[in-house]
Design a protein. Structure first.
Length: 131
């Protein structure tokens, strides 16, 4: 009986601790070849660029970003988070190679945050005031 209780307690405790975060954002992985990438709001973008000899990758910063870097690259991977809807060209270069990604972040639909963005967007029509 005691062995059953210990086994049950261990099983319940194991169910409570998990290394998988069910609320973690989905990660879209883009390979080293470049090309078109689609990332939704709430997701993150991982671009894997292996080292080229002793050269480091540099990135051209756009004037108005659609995705922003989550910090410096970690190993061979750059991580990005969408900050607005639209299209952006991410360009990475070394002395020997250039890689380009055409990133699209579509408009959010069907969510409260998407509605708020559409209402608060510059140039959007303000609701008529009641007098």
């Amino acid at each position: 009986m005691r062995a059953c209780l210990v086994a049950l307690a261990a099983a319940l405790a194991a169910g409570c601790s998990t290394t998988h975060d069910p609320h973690a954002p989905r990660t879209v992985v883009a390979g080293e070849a470049g090309g078109e990438v689609r990332v939704q709001h709430g997701e993150r973008l991982r671009i894997e660029l292996p080292g080229v000899g002793n050269y480091a990758w540099t990135r051209a910063e756009p004037e108005i970003p659609v995705v922003i870097a989550q910090g410096p690259p970690q190993g061979d991977a750059w991580m990005f988070t969408p900050v607005r809807s639209g299209k952006e060209t991410l360009r990475f270069a070394t002395a020997q190679r250039t890689v380009t990604y055409e990133v699209t972040v579509p408009e959010e639909t069907g969510s409260l945050s998407g509605w708020l963005r559409s209402v608060l967007r510059p140039g959007s029509r303000a609701p008529a005031s009641s007098r």
